[in-house]
Design a protein. Sequence first.
Length: 177
Amino acid sequence: MQLKIKIAISTFLVMLSLLCSKSLYAHVMVAQHGTLNVTEDGVYMVISLPVSAFSGIDDDLDGKLSAEEFATHRLSIIDTVHSKITLKDESGKLALQGIILSPVTDHHSPKAPASQLVVMGRYTLIQPNSQFEYQVSIFGQGSAEKSLEIIATKKIDGRKQVVELSPKQSNVLLFKE
């Protein structure tokens, strides 16, 4: 009898964990926000961008990105990210590697088209104590999509900087000495 209770409790906890993880996955990053986490060997970026910021990917012109559109235009989206989001240190432009794209869908309707796209990637660093210039020149069409809040954190010394980017102010110096 005790074994059945333990199995039931374990099953319940596993189910609860799965439900919570799906809910958390659906909200990886708030729309129009991003983070840059500077560690000793890299800068890790997570940023949520509106689908309307990308040209030529919304084939049915509904303002959202379907699974088919995402599959068709994935490489074009990556090219746009590489050209319109840059990070420079004292040695020049850093390469964004390991890009992961994730359309943001509602966890209640995971197959519904997405209006936001989360972009994750890593910039390799040689000198973690550098000053950085971060530039984002990709903004959406709607008025709420014309600004982007970025929280930059330097793990080495715990410094944090919150910046707002817009089409008029698309670049910022981070961690100025």
